[in-house]
Design a protein around this ligand. Structure first.
Ligand SMILES: [Fe+2]
Length: 239
């Protein structure tokens, strides 16, 4: 079971796919890669939009796409990529942004140093009790913060996701492998936005990781984690 936990293939809802045709092409590529489940995670910015309008837009985007779906396309689940903001700690509607049918929330960190205020904010979100957090593309924040800060983040009650594309270039691959070695990576996503942008599907990411003997069982590990997330299992059953 190949699951892609992070994608922007729904048409005309964020900076991802610009048209129904482009969305179908992305899903064709996913099907070719053997992806059987994909989580649609359009961007959500709590300072710019309401949860109601976000959910309405997500439904509309899916409804536009639905008549064009093919049997070979992956099964679609609905979520959001929620950009961290201090106000999320007490944000009443946060559970509505989790992957539908679960309390798992894909949280994107701000592109800045992950200071104490941010880290304690994430800790508070995990302590709310109504959401479980997995952090989007954890490798990316190392462009903005230290490894020490990232480690502090990943030692909270959170899971980590990396982008398959980050495994395709030398420096970011090295970074990803280090994060996997530390046990901070639990699932993969494509973060697929647009055709021709260079995004790659998770099967390619798994292939790169497992070609290293040290990590040859990583695909099974991550797929099992993925199944548990979609079954809304608790964090300690995964870590
Ligand atoms: Fe994304």
């Amino acid at each position: 079971m190949l699951i892609d936990f992070h994608s922007h293939f729904l048409p005309q809802i964020d900076d991802g796919s610009r048209s129904i045709e482009e969305s179908v092409k992305i899903l064709d590529i996913m099907a070719k890669g053997g992806i059987d489940t994909i989580v649609a995670t359009p961007h959500f910015y709590c300072t710019e939009q309401s949860v109601e309008s976000f959910l309405e837009n997500r439904t509309k985007a899916y409804e536009k796409l639905a008549p064009n779906l093919k049997p070979e396309h992956p099964e679609i689940h609905f979520g959001a990529e929620v950009l961290y903001d201090h106000s999320l700690v007490n944000y009443e509607k946060l559970p509505e942004l989790c992957i539908k049918g679960t309390n798992w929330l894909l949280l994107e960190m701000p592109y800045t140093d992950l200071d104490d205020k941010i880290l304690s904010g994430v800790a508070s979100i995990t302590e709310r009790g109504d959401v479980k957090v997995f952090i989007a593309h954890i490798e990316r924040y190392l462009n903005f913060t230290s490894m020490k800060r990232l480690e502090q983040l990943m030692r909270l009650e959170v899971l980590g996701q990396i982008n398959a594309r980050s495994l395709t270039t030398f420096m970011s691959k090295r970074r990803c492998m280090k994060l996997i070695e530390h046990g901070y990576v639990h699932v993969l996503g494509s973060d697929y936005h647009r055709i021709g942008r260079g995004d790659v599907t998770v099967d390619i990411g798994y292939g790169i990781i497992t070609s290293n003997k040290k990590f040859d069982d990583f695909a099974e590990y991550a797929e099992e984690n993925g199944r548990k997330i979609l079954a809304d299992e608790p964090l300690d059953s995964i870590i």
